[in-house]
Design a protein around this ligand. Structure first.
Ligand code: N01
Length: 544
């Protein structure tokens, strides 16, 4: 409880924002510079960036194309920035966010090196009291989480890790000074988007690299390249057109999903279309046909195409077999894109261990013991993902009305209304929270939508002299039902071990976490609810 007891003189701001990534920066700007509120960001890292501050692993790069991975709320800011490559690398995104922070003079209201540990709602004062690990207390009217969807690193509890005499790292908490792999025997555990980005880069340095794969993963070539002068010009000249697509399709990317169904064209036509998408590269591959994520038979055609391409690349037949032993539909888990990932397995110093055949038994002082024997390493890299969407909330002791713990309320899975608010937690807003499109979407446009909605909501409260807004329990329960319904019509639920349902973290309740109904439909729903007098929320006057 500590800091909560001595808060009579704790500083007060209208709005406190936790996190200084894309979400926190834009939210600070809108509340401070447009609504004129006093606002402060508390950020655990020593700089802006959020996800991109922590994820500095080798090869860290965004899978969204740079022209869609940026803010669109200000054409001045958009026009003043220039990306160098088709997909931005981590340091460039960090520079971009720093540029935005400078341009909007945000840094003066961000407190770095400050990790929030507790946030309790005080019903008498209708204020939030927020404590930090350093022992500071703040009071605020509105508390906004901008803590990211994939920010709580998941290091699997493998027996013996403490015995390991070498070094180990999780990709999401990468040392700022970097890691020198030269002359080292390196293990990478995990072949999700992160592992697939990191493995080819680590292979360039390491003396020997062993990849431990549990689930064979699809990946599409990224075909990254520097942007030409014409492409750089187009980022600006076609911004309106691109933004229209990003906000009117389901996934927030700057491409439309083809309206054709996979099985309504001839085999030749289908192959030609897949090949063109493969050659173009990128996440757009899954937009080749309209029904890839809803019809298993359609999806199978994409899966087979990808399997054939991988088998053409990987020379060792046993390795190719292990890499393509898919057990889930294509893109039912977030599909990675890669730069020479499969080619990496043709290098003589790189080997693959299929954990489905020979599972890890334990980690020892010198390496990883599998059922096939001991592999010795100097460095183990965990590319094992995140406690997604709810993990970052679990790490803060949130308590709402009547002292209710968020942890308890979410014991069977998150309960939110629109992924924006939680019943019993007045004036707590959760940017890209569970139950919003979040990770099923390109995040910057989803973040802009959430921040815009929250800002309008707070403006509404102030204009009508309302003290608080809170999701009703009924609305949250109905929304949970809608989140499940939207997922069930897709193939996304056909992956038993997906992090979309929390299955990657031991003990985590199984519940579908993001909203799969698409960003456009979601935004229309949020807007209609606001226009309808904030249907499903209770709005309370001051001093209720
Ligand atoms: O994590 P993941 P990630 N023993 O959970 C394996 C975003 N992202 O960091 O599939 C052995 O996808 C696990 O195996 P399995 C993006 O949204 C974005 O790669 O569970 N293996 C899997 O192979 C992405 O989807 C960018 O069987 C274990 C891997 O570790 C999300 O982050 C770049 C294990 C984890 O894959 C997460 O991606 C990178 C164990 N005990 C990431 N536990 C952009 O470009 C887990 N694994 C924006």
């Amino acid at each position: 409880m500590g800091c909560m007891q001595h808060d009579a003189h704790a500083p007060f701001v209208d709005a406190l924002i936790i996190g200084a990534g894309f979400s926190g920066l834009y939210q600070l700007h809108r509340l401070r510079d447009e609504l004129g509120l006093s606002a402060r960001v508390l950020e655990a890292g020593d700089d802006v960036g959020g996800t991109w501050y922590w994820n500095r692993y080798p090869g860290a790069r965004c899978d969204t194309e740079s022209n869609a991975y940026m803010f669109y709320f200000s054409r001045d800011i958009l026009n003043a920035w220039e990306w160098s490559e088709r997909y931005p690398q981590q340091p460039e995104i960090q520079r971009y966010l720093s540029f935005v922070a400078e341009r909007l003079d945000l840094r003066r209201d961000i407190q770095f090196g400050t990790r929030v540990s507790q946030a309790h709602y005080d019903e008498a004062s209708q204020q939030w009291r927020v404590c930090t690990e350093g022992g500071d207390t703040w009071r605020c009217t509105y508390l906004i989480t901008a803590i990211g969807c994939l920010s709580a690193a998941n290091v699997p509890r493998i027996a013996g890790l403490d015995d390991f005499q070498g070094q180990w790292f999780h990709t999401g908490l990468w040392p700022h000074e970097g890691v020198d792999f030269s002359g080292k025997r390196v293990a990478v555990i995990g072949t999700g988007s992160t592992g697939i980005q990191a493995i080819p880069v680590i292979a360039q340095q390491a003396e020997a690299l062993t990849v431990f794969q549990r689930t064979a993963n699809y990946s599409i070539p990224a075909r990254n390249a520097p942007l030409s002068a014409e492409e750089k010009h187009e980022v600006r000249s076609r911004a309106d057109e691109r933004h229209h697509i990003m906000t009117h399709n389901g996934n927030g990317h700057a491409f439309w999903i083809d309206k054709t169904k996979a099985l309504e064209v001839s085999d030749d036509e289908r192959q030609t279309r897949y090949q063109a998408a493969w050659d173009k590269g990128g996440l757009q591959f899954r937009a080749t046909f309209h029904d890839l994520l809803i019809d298993k038979a359609a999806n199978d055609t994409a899966a087979q195409f990808i399997q054939q391409r991988i088998r053409e690349v990987v020379k060792d037949p046993a390795t190719a077999e292990d890499l393509t032993a898919f057990d889930h539909p294509f893109a039912a888990k977030r599909p990675p894109i890669d730069s020479h990932y499969f080619e990496t397995y043709n290098l003589p110093h790189v080997q693959l261990v299929n954990l489905r055949k020979t599972p890890i038994e334990r980690i020892t002082a010198s390496g990883i013991q599998t059922s096939a024997g001991l592999f010795e390493f100097d460095i183990i890299v965990f590319a094992t993902g995140f406690d997604a969407l709810t993990g970052a909330f679990e790490r803060i002791d949130f308590r709402g009305c009547g002292g209710q713990r968020l942890k308890d309320l979410w014991a069977d899975g998150p309960l939110t209304y629109l992924g924006l608010q939680v019943p019993g937690f007045p004036n707590l807003f959760t940017i890209t929270g569970p139950g919003s499109p979040s990770v099923l979407c390109n995040l910057p446009p989803q973040i802009e939508q959430h921040v815009d909605w929250i800002t309008r909501c707070i403006a509404h409260l102030r204009a009508h002299e309302l003290a608080s807004i809170e999701a009703t329990a009924e609305a949250a329960s109905a929304w949970r039902h809608e989140v499940n319904r939207a997922a069930e019509v897709t193939l996304l639920t056909q992956v038993p071990h997906s992090w979309y349902i929390g299955a990657n973290v031991e003990g985590k309740p199984k519940a579908f976490l993001p909203y799969a109904g698409g960003l456009k439909h979601y935004r229309d729903t949020c807007d209609a609810i606001a226009a309808d007098g904030y249907r499903g929320f209770s709005l309370r006057p001051s001093g209720r």
